[in-house]
Structure formats: C-alpha cells, structure tokens
Design a binder for this molecule. Sequence first.
Ligand code: SF4
Length: 167
Amino acid sequence: EYADISLKDIDQVSKSSFPLCMRHLFEKGVGLKLDDALAFWREEFTKKVGSERFDKEYAYAIRHNYGKEGKRTDYTPYACSKIITSAPGAGDHHGCPYRHFSEDNLKAALSRMGLSSRGMEDVMDKVRNKHYQLACTLTFEAVYGASCDTGINHPNQYFEESQKILK
Ligand code: SF4
C-alpha cells in the first residue's frame, strides 16, 4: 500500500523523523528505487560488513525508508548500545554519529537538523562525557520541542516517538 510513496515523501520522512544514524544511511540511498537502493547498498557494503550484517543494519533501514518494512524481525536493527560499541571501519556509513563522527562533522549534522548553538552545546557536552544516547535524546527534545522521558534506546524508537509527535 506504500508502493506509490514518492521519493520526495521518503526524503521528507527521513528529514523529519529519522535519528542521525539512519539519516546518514539514508542520504546515500536518495533518488533510487527500492530494489536499486537495496542493490546499491548491498554492493556498497557487503564486502565490508558481510551479508548478515547488511541485512540487519542496512536492508532494514532502506526498506523502512521506502515504507515496505513488514517483517520486522528479519531486519530489526541493533539497539543503540550495540551500535555505539561497534567499530565502523574507514569509509563505513553505519555507526552512531554521536560516537563515531568527528566533532566538526557532528556539529554540522546537528546544525542541519536545526539545533540552535545553545542546544548544540548541550548535546556536545553529553558527547564529550561519552553519554551518546543522552546526546541523541537531547537532540530529539530540541528538534521536536517535546520531552522524551524514557531516553533513546533504539533507532526505531526514535522514529516511532517522532511520528507520534508529528501526527
Ligand atoms: Fe542512532 Fe541510537 Fe546513536 Fe541515536 S543514539 S544516533 S538512535 S544509534
């Protein structure tokens, strides 16, 4: 039923509802049809991360982006704690940006999400203290102007909580 969702819509959803980690993944797939996107990502990443990991971390994000995610168990991405403790190699696009981006790149990404300099400083403060999930939670709260009392534990949770606020 989502087959006709336009790439513009997907792009919009990614900008409005994705946590930073999924945004980063998604930006590489914009402008492609689902099958092409899956092929693109598979080609791009399986040599580096293996097909099992591709299906866990990438195929889910891509299918989710395209509104075709039905069988969650097949593609459920890792929880934040696991993403944060994984070590992406040079040139990889997965990982938690709060943990794995340079300070300059992270600030630029936060700026694109619309954070004020004050909000950004609060987030960077958490990052410097290695509280990456709190940094993500503060970002969520700054972007949506709503509190997230449970904190962010999973990329899907961020997405779902944001959808609740936006609807
Ligand atoms: Fe993604 Fe979790 Fe990192 Fe937020 S804290 S960017 S949801 S991995």
